[in-house]
Ligand binder design. Structure first.
Ligand SMILES: Cc1cc2nc3c(=O)[nH]c(=O)nc-3n(C[C@H](O)[C@H](O)[C@H](O)COP(=O)(O)OP(=O)(O)OC[C@H]3O[C@@H](n4cnc5c(N)ncnc54)[C@H](O)[C@@H]3O)c2cc1C
Length: 389
């Protein structure tokens, strides 16, 4: 490992290093892996040299962008972690509406830079998530119905292959590799540069949360199921079961209570957004937190629910229908968790996601209507079994 230090400009953190325990941590506190070395790459050459070193020494290599893989794929035992978190430059070109970003960037950094020009692309709803793993897995966010998955806005990548070669992939170059990069989940090489298409968004959009008492979930879910199918693609709406956090702007009388909420984003004319949301507002929520909101604020609205180091066990599935049985099952699941960090989300897709052909990328779920996330999150290690169950 000492030789690796001579090959790269970035820091190589070994188990004997005082910063080792901090450097080996990823977002999910359950993941407790002990790599032989963590390489904080500074540039593309560091990536090439680390890949070559791992291959020549038959060492397992884990690639880490934002470290948010819930399964912990951004680290490994007894191998080398190629950590890209210090490579986070972004260049926005407002005239061509494109952005070129390095893989260590998070969505918070990405949105800050693009929103300076009132531009955005589909990105994560928690601002600390890395753009790299997110993009490579497909990418579902508030803009997905209007502008498609993040991969639908990916124009090109530069990556370092397992042989240590630098290659470009796009619709014109290395098309088969580009197909796999778009939704294949990473590890088709180390992506060192992402080029995205941007769209006019914000800086203020219509969005936020409408919160109902848990007891009204069935009634509101039925209305939601019909209503989402009637609204234009500019409007994204997810519904979620959660325990209302004890933080403003959540009104005190529902803090700590189990609730059912509808999250919204209409990234276009504010008055039209208000008009489209009015059927749900008319249901008289216990808290109406939806209105004009800066896009960057909406993009970090859920950040406090997902601090780094929290313990997590997540599952997801797709649904085609929201019938009586499904609604009953969701309500049962939504009533069963006890951790105030856990939530159960139902995201309506369709729109631009469906308009691309299934053969255009490795992402294979474009025909699915709803995406369900069961996000089990808890603070206390002793509560692991209960939360996983
Ligand atoms: C709190 C939280 C919120 C989330 N919100 C959303 C959401 O709104 N929408 C959504 O679609 N998903 C969401 N996700 C899922 C998220 O997209 C994935 O976990 C994603 O993999 C995270 O990317 P990362 O770079 O942070 O993760 P990492 O753990 O660094 O990497 C994830 C995977 O990608 C690989 N990889 C990373 N960088 C590269 C690279 N440069 N080249 C090649 N392979 C690479 C890694 O090896 C690993 O297999 C969320 C996850 C969390 C934990």
């Amino acid at each position: 490992m000492e030789r690796l230090k001579t090959l790269v400009k970035g820091r190589v953190i070994l188990p004997s290093d005082p910063s080792y325990d901090e450097a080996r941590r990823v977002w999910n506190g359950v993941i407790d892996k002990r790599p032989l070395a963590i390489v904080k790459c500074k540039d593309e050459e560091d990536v090439v040299n680390t890949v070559n070193y791992a291959r020549e020494n038959s060492l397992l290599l884990a690639i880490r962008g934002g470290g948010h893989s819930v399964a912990g794929f951004g680290t490994c035992d007894n191998g080398v972690v190629l950590d890209l978190s210090e490579m986070k430059k972004i260049v926005v070109d407002p005239s061509s509406k494109t952005a070129v970003a390095q893989p260590g960037l998070t969505w918070g950094g990405f949105d800050r830079a693009t929103q300076e020009h009132a531009l955005a692309t589909t990105g994560g709803v928690i601002s600390t998530t890395g753009i790299a793993g997110f993009t490579l897995g497909g990418g579902v966010g508030w803009l997905v119905r209007k502008h498609g998955l993040t991969i639908d806005n990916l124009l090109s990548v530069e990556l370092v292959t397992a042989e240590g070669k630098k290659v470009k992939a796009s619709a014109e170059q290395n098309q088969d590799l580009f197909w796999g990069v778009k939704g294949g989940g990473g590890n088709f090489g180390v992506v060192t540069r992402f080029e995205y298409k941007l769209h006019q968004v914000g800086p203020v959009v219509f969005g936020g949360l409408l919160i109902f008492p848990f007891e009204r979930a069935e009634e509101v879910l039925k209305v939601y199921g019909e209503w989402v199918r009637s609204v234009p693609d500019e409007l994204s709406a997810l519904s979620l079961f959660l325990i209302a956090p004890p933080i403003p702007p959540i009104p005190q009388h529902i803090q700590g209570k189990r609730v059912f909420a509808i999250g919204l984003c209409y990234a276009d004319d504010l008055e039209e957004g208000a008009r489209l949301v009015s059927p749900i507002k008319a249901l008289n929520p216990a808290a109406d937190l939806a209105g004009p909101i800066p896009y960057t604020v909406l993009q970090s609205m859920f950040d406090a629910s997902a601090p780094r180091g929290i313990n997590a066990y997540w599952k997801s599935l797709y649904l085609d229908e929201l019938d009586k049985n499904v609604i009953g099952t969701l309500i049962q699941a939504g009533s069963s968790f006890r951790s105030p960090f856990t939530h159960l989300d139902l995201i309506y897709l369709e729109g631009a996601v469906k308009r691309k052909g299934a053969e255009e990328s490795a992402f294979q779920h474009r025909d699915k209507r709803f995406l369900v996330h069961m996000n089990g999150n808890w603070m206390n290690k002793q509560e692991e079994t209960e939360n996983i169950n």
